[in-house]
Design a protein around this ligand. Structure first.
Ligand code: SAM
Ligand code: DTB
Ligand code: SF4
Length: 334
């Protein structure tokens, strides 16, 4: 068994200065995270469970439902994304949804058991007039007694404050992949632009939902690089979505070798160990994942999911299927 002790991370790591203030010091190096990845599977999962049980009830999983409030036609070229205008992925571009449609969807999500409603828009960066519309949605969804989350792309400082004032609880903005691999995936905006948005969100007082995608052809070292960037955010994100790439025909990443499912479970376990107080979200990719692999992900410390038959443009397991899985595993919704 490796001698890595989780506690040692706090005390024995080299200090490095980072240009971005949301990463104040490099507490978790890629090399150390690789050592975790390389542990025997049983030892890695045991460590992850120990950490998980320090802060969470391991039988509780939080559920969020997504709604695409503005779909497609996005000017960015994220090579995984069917909503990019750069690719022909069969997604029809729409205008922003009307408020009453959003409220209807949120009511249905609440009735099905979701506690958070996450509104996503295919923007590079929203205009102030878009923020006004989203603010009205946030207020209406909060009035239903749900937590709110939005993912609208890059924000300006005053926009983050405006969303916070409207009552937005979480802002989702992912780092997506390791800084070293990032330019292979997206060239229309920088990794550093993302860090800036995360800083505005944090400074405005909202909770941060920030994760990435596994299975885009990255190496294990690059998976460790993504986790290092996430874990070194200070404070760490409250919510960490780990997406398994959903391959959509027409996008450049379609046809990519699929990630090995046990490697995906290892990634979840490492995320749990590195970010003990965060909710690690088993995110996109569940539709093609076996129940057994999902169960291993929960065992490895995942404790939230996207719930409902659609993500943004692609499918997700039906609510009833998830209810059955939760019943088999004795998992309760919170
Ligand atoms: N346009 C905004 C942005 O990029 O920040 C918000 C919506 S965007 C769809 C939110 C996140 O969904 C992306 O950062 C990416 O991590 C994830 N995502 C998009 N397409 C995906 C896919 N095909 N498979 C897995 N995750 C995906
Ligand atoms: C996140 O990390 N994953 C969600 C949410 N945040 C917005 C989106 C997944 C999108 C999967 C592809 C689609 O449905 O378009
Ligand atoms: Fe646009 Fe977001 Fe898709 Fe990138 S991930 S193309 S920014 S909708």
């Amino acid at each position: 068994m490796s001698t890595i002790n989780i506690i040692q991370f706090e005390n024995q790591l080299p200090y490095q200065q980072s240009p971005c203030t949301s990463i104040k010091e490099i507490k978790y190096t890629v090399e150390q995270i690789l050592e975790l990845f390389e542990l025997p599977f049983a030892d890695l999962l045991f460590k992850a469970q120990q950490v998980h049980r320090q802060y969470f009830n391991p039988n509780e999983v939080q559920r969020s439902t997504l709604l695409s409030i503005k779909t497609g036609g996005c000017p960015e070229n994220c090579s995984y994304c069917p909503q990019s205008a750069h690719y022909e992925a069969g997604v029809k571009a729409t205008k922003m949804m009307e408020l009453d449609q959003v409220v209807e969807a949120a009511k249905a999500a609440k009735a099905a058991g979701a506690t958070r409603f996450c509104m996503g828009a295919a923007f590079r960066a929203p205009k102030d007039s878009d923020i006004e519309k989203v603010n009205a949605m946030v207020k209406a969804v909060k009035d239903l007694g749900m937590e709110t989350c939005a993912t609208l792309g890059l924000l300006k400082e005053h926009q983050a404050h405006s969303l916070k004032e409207a009552g937005l609880d979480y802002y989702n903005h992912n780092l997506d992949t390791a800084p070293e691999y990032y330019k292979e995936i997206i060239s229309t905006r920088l990794f550093e632009d993302r860090l800036e948005t995360l800083e505005y969100v944090r400074d405005a007082g909202m909770k941060v939902c920030c994760g990435g995608i596994i299975g885009m052809g990255e190496t294990r070292e690059q998976r460790a690089g993504l986790l290092s960037s996430l874990a070194n955010l200070d404070p760490q994100p409250e919510s960490v979505p780990i997406n398994s790439l959903v391959q959509v025909e027409g996008t450049p990443l379609h046809g990519q070798d699929k990630i090995d499912e046990l490697e995906f479970v290892r990634t979840i376990a490492c995320a749990r160990i590195l970010m003990p107080q965060s909710r690690v979200r088993l995110s996109a990719g569940r539709q093609t994942m076996s129940e057994t692999t999902q169960a291993l992900c929960f065992l490895a410390g995942a404790n939230s999911i996207f719930y409902g038959e659609k993500l943004l443009t692609t499918g997700n397991p039906e609510a009833e299927k998830d209810e059955n899985l939760f019943a088999k595993l004795g998992i309760i919704n919170i």
